[in-house]
Design a protein. Sequence first.
Length: 345
Amino acid sequence: MANDSIKKLYKKRIRPGGYIDLNQFATLKENSYVYGSNARFWFRFNDGRVLFKAYENDLEAYGEVLYSNIASRYNINCPKYDFATCTTGKDDEYGTISFDLGFGEDKIAIDGLTLFARYGNDTIPELLKNRTDNLEVVKMFNKKYNNYVEFTKLFERRYPDDVKTLQKELIRMFTLDVLLDNVDKNLWNIIIVTDSYGNNPHLYSIDSSHIACLYRGREFIKGAISNLLTSDGSVTIGDYLSGGCYGYDVDVKDKNYDPCNDLLEFYRNSDEETREEISTLIRSIDINEEIERINSVHPMDSRVNDWITAVFNARKAFLLKKFYHINDNYKGEAKKKNFRLKIKR
């Protein structure tokens, strides 16, 4: 984790817009690489290092920090991201930094794809184990494994003493991803962090810059927001959002897919305690308050904020309405048959 002296230092090096200027206090840049579509750079200090991630547009950085801020306040494991700028070539680049993405030298971090390659039931091609760029193969395994049921089976095989904790962390992450339409939550962006012996596992969410399709830019938002905000209040965002959450990169034109349905199916087959966990989290998050917090440091144009708010509130209202009907039917069936639903294994 980040040394306290680094945290105190970076607070003194902020440009207008809340950007931390890495070039003013970084002593060494090392291990530059491209992962996914974004360039990343490690900046080293006397007593630690941070990871800088560049983006194709400023909205992606905004989404990354917003997701991180919400996660930190609602007990969802996610590295802390901040706005940053640095010179990696001739020009300044703007993006985010994370102090704790390395999770500390005494920790082991393994992405979801690697976990399923090692401990899944199927024989996964060697090219996947080597973090291939063959996205068609990656998509195939994301569609098969990237869901609550398959993760639970994995937890039971690899971490049998920690299943309940990991299930809880996964469903809280899943719920926030659905609310914000995090369309890039593929297996590479789900991390399990353990101690150096592989024990005490915890689930982390990383790389959440694609919430609400912010990566598609302002022109997309300009067209989509008018359609959404003039609707009759029903959830019509499937026409405008990818819906790739936990399905990975579903085509934008696929109007039959919405990750809300995944969450509803899980909710329908959960016990009362788990249902309360999900509904309480959804009710607790005030997206307007979260946007106000981030805008006090990094002001964003109102159309972008309106779009994120509309997406979040439409999903929130839709889910809570469906939960009400599910619970009503659930209570009737439970009373008649005297049973409790359990999580699918």
